[in-house]
Write a new protein. Structure first.
Length: 376
């Protein structure tokens, strides 16, 4: 028997990840059924005399009475909720690695993913951005514009707007690396322009939904996905249609951890509206609560929700982890040196991947030596 999972979001801004008033995106899912969802929603609406006959999370979080309703819903569906939360600025930093760095070593990308280089780049860029490092604002803005427009004109001068006197060494290396490897970036942009992904390349909806479904697939043999109408999802459903009737289980292994890559859908994604689907209303409330918590609110309700949200919000969430940058541990040291090495190779027009596996192993062994001191 198929398990219905209802999905909805909060904080959607599409390809605009630098939206000044929407810093977080949450995609929430709830395992329930039509009858239970209808009973719960109608009871809450009647008991609290809610106007409009519909639960809307963005309205409920504004008032103490509404936040009590959210608490009731979180308690009622505890254990049947999964949430993906993204810090949009960090997500943009991760996208920069994906479309600026990875195309340059795509044939051996598992080598770099294996040492967490993607996380290092995303976190170091995020820290540059939030600390207002000189040049970071310009670099992020130019990258978002590049990806939204999909035009690779004048890539030889990419990120030139970040070339200011006070810029950091990190920003300088990333800018110069991208300029020297502009042909790899141009090829990647052409693939996006020729495919279905390009129009919503920065949007976070598809990846959040896929990761959540993959996680639900570990608990239920067959899934039925019911989603609120979404332009990004409706624009490109290929990754989901391939999962219809799929009974195989495939995993990826990154840094010793296994992550599910497959699930079994009963049919195509079903699209509905919150007005028509009570399950979507519940998912909407959960998503709004997640954004409320991550946005730094500190009232009693937020404090009470924080543990529950954090416990259920690690399914494909895209949030910074500054531990990746610690230079007193081998991981941070390794990736800092790898960035320097890649930059040097790019500047000298050398092959980026030849012998890199051996160089990374050499760096690890050297850094493990008690005689090594970073910067010595």
């Amino acid at each position: 028997m198929s398990q219905k999972i209802y999905f909805d979001e909060s904080g959607f801004t599409g390809n605009n990840l630098l939206h000044p008033r929407q810093n977080y995106f949450a995609y929430a899912s709830v395992a329930t059924n039509d009858d239970e969802a209808r009973t719960v929603v109608e009871r809450i609406i009647k008991k609290n005399n809610i106007q409009g006959g519909e639960l809307k999370g963005k309205n409920l979080v504004k008032f103490a009475k509404g936040r009590k309703i959210i608490t009731e819903i979180l308690d009622l569906f505890d254990g049947r909720i999964k949430i993906s939360v993204s810090d949009k600025k960090f997500a943009l930093a991760a996208k920069l690695h994906e479309y600026i760095f990875e195309p340059c070593y795509s044939e051996v990308n598992s080598l770099f993913y294996g040492i967490g280089f993607h996380r290092y780049i995303a976190n170091v860029l995020y820290m540059e951005f939030v600390s207002r490092g000189a040049g970071a604002d310009e670099l992020f803005t130019e990258f978002e514009k590049l990806m939204r427009e999909g035009e690779g004109h004048n890539l030889e001068a990419i990120f030139s707007s970040s070339a200011i006197a006070e810029h950091s060494e990190i920003i300088k290396m990333i800018r110069e690396f991208a300029q020297k490897r502009n042909q790899d970036i141009r090829s990647e942009l052409k693939l996006l322009a020729d495919g279905e992904t390009g129009k919503w390349v920065l949007d976070l909806t598809n990846s959040a939904l896929f990761t959540l479904l993959a996680s639900w697939g570990l608990e239920h043999e067959v899934l039925t996905a019911v989603c609120d109408h979404s332009k990004p999802l409706q624009h490109n459903q290929e990754m989901f249609t391939t999962m219809i009737g799929n009974t195989s289980k495939t995993y990826s292994e990154i840094e010793g951890n296994q992550y599910p890559l497959t699930f079994n859908l009963s049919g195509p994604i079903e699209f509905s509206t919150s007005h028509e689907s009570h399950g979507i209303q519940i998912a909407d409330v959960v998503a709004a609560a997640a954004v409320y918590v991550f946005s730094g609110n500190t009232d009693d309700s937020a404090d009470r929700w924080r543990h529950a949200i954090a416990r259920q919000a690690h399914y494909g969430s895209v949030v910074p982890d500054i531990d990746e940058l610690k230079l007193d541990v081998q991981r941070g040291q390794t990736n800092a040196l790898v960035l320097q090495h890649l930059h040097q190779r790019a500047m000298e027009d050398q092959n980026l991947t030849e012998g890199m596996a051996g160089i990374i192993e050499h760096l690890k062994r050297a850094l493990a030596s008690p005689r090594f001191q970073m910067g010595a």
